[in-house]
Design a protein around this ligand. Structure first.
Ligand code: GLU
Length: 413
């Protein structure tokens, strides 16, 4: 059986919410397609002196609310469908949070683990040269995503600044603090996920202290989320990376797991824990399941086996629409990606603001403002979900689509 593609899944979610929100049909039709996508080839000279060409994408999905915003990922599976889906999700995410941004996403089809640092730098600079006319602080602002980080953003900012002949820090976010990045940006998606999880616990009558959490994915998002939830006395019973997971029903110390992964390259083989597969992790009995890796993880095939009491999506698109229906029928609430993982883009917005004004905030201030934004957005989504008796995903889309619709109608065209 063919699984649904990320773009098809995103469209299904959009269509469901458009019906619920009685969206203007012309606006709905416009939102079913990305505004524009650029596909470029990036030739680089490898360490061995050969020429190698990589395919790069940047989709700017919709810019009704402001300049488009979204990360760039480096992964062998990156393709047009995935980038356009992720750009759509960024559009709904920024709108749901009330940020003055449209949505975008980029990607390069490459395996960064098989490349040297110089090659990754060449790809990053080549990406900016290919996209320079399309990006900018008032047009489209990239950021980190899977397998990209502060260093990638530093190269990209540097390359763009060379093209412009002046320093343009606001062209990307997620920069190192030493290059006008924001305090708190690195941990922001995980921290936002922690705030959201605590709010969801209160909403669904669970005590965070002692509640068991399983986190799929131990990259920048999953590792911070696990550590911050651990700090809040949640019991993190399982974590995983692309190779597999570690499980201990008595609880793991995610800080120690991070040290272990640093040393060995994986969470597998962590002392006192049982090695499990990613599939096992999704089906563990626990209070909170946190998918924080890739799309299409909870599907029609395994949704029936999910035994968590709630799902908090820190990945983009981890649950397919079929799986959503199964979870809904089982009474398992899903806190959707476009709400739960919005901490990253929210602090990206703070970074962009700081760059524009030239004034810099301390980490406490960033975290405090992040908490407020995430909690307000959560409350608004929960309110609509209760009032209209719809899942939180449809409620988050409802809020986002209403904002985008109003902006599009007011702008006219
Ligand atoms: N890549 C992150 C996301 O999926 C952050 C995007 C940004 O900061 O612009 O939300």
């Amino acid at each position: 059986m063919k699984t649904i593609t990320p773009f098809q899944a995103m469209l299904k979610q959009l269509d469901t919410a458009a019906g619920e929100a009685r969206l203007d049909p012309a606006i709905h039709a416009a939102l079913r397609q990305p505004m524009r996508t650029l596909i470029a080839s990036i030739p680089i000279k490898t360490c061995s002196g050969e020429l190698q060409v990589f395919t790069a994408y940047r989709c700017q999905y919709n810019n009704a609310l402001g300049p488009t915003k979204g990360g760039i990922r480096y992964n062998p599976n990156v393709d047009l469908d995935e980038v356009e889906a992720l750009a759509g999700w960024m559009t709904w995410k920024c709108a749901a949070l009330g940020l003055p941004y449209g949505g975008a996403k980029g990607g390069v089809q490459c395996d960064p683990k098989a490349l040297g640092a110089r090659e990754v730098e060449s790809i990053s600079r080549g990406y900016v040269r290919a996209m320079a006319e399309w990006i900018g602080p008032d047009e489209d602002i990239p950021a980190p995503d899977m397998n990209t980080n502060e260093q990638t953003m530093a190269w990209m900012m540097d390359e763009y600044s060379k093209i412009e002949g002046k320093l343009v820090p606001g062209v990307v976010t997620g920069k190192p603090v030493s290059l006008q990045g924001s305090h708190g940006r690195k941990s922001a998606t995980g921290r936002g996920g922690m705030f959201t999880t605590l709010k969801a616990c209160a909403a669904f009558r669970m005590k965070p202290s002692g509640s068991t959490v399983a986190v799929q994915g131990f990259g920048n998002v999953g590792s911070f989320a696990a550590q911050l939830l651990h700090d809040k006395r949640c019991k993190v019973v399982a974590v995983s990376d692309s190779r597999g997971g570690a499980y201990n029903p008595k609880g793991l110390d995610p800080y120690k797991v991070a040290e272990h992964k640093e040393k060995t390259g994986s969470v597998l083989g962590f002392k006192g824990a049982k090695d499990i597969t990613n599939k096992d992790l999704l089906e563990l009995k626990c209070d909170v399941l946190v998918p924080a890796a890739l799309e299409n993880q909870i599907t029609r095939e395994n949704a029936g086996n999910v035994r968590a009491r709630m799902v908090v999506e820190l990945a983009n698109g981890p649950t397919t629409p079929d799986a959503d229906r199964v979870l809904h029928e089982k009474g398992i609430p899903v806190v959707p990606d476009i709400l739960a993982n919005a901490g990253g883009v929210t602090v990206s917005y703070f970074e962009w603001l700081q760059n524009r004004v030239g004034e810099y905030w301390g980490e406490d201030e960033v975290n405090c403002r992040l908490k407020q934004k995430m909690e307000n957005a959560f409350d608004a989504v929960l309110r609509v979900s209760k009032q209209r008796e719809i899942p939180m995903r449809t409620a988050a889309y409802y809020i986002a689509l209403k904002r985008i619709e109003e902006a599009m109608l007011m702008r006219g065209s």
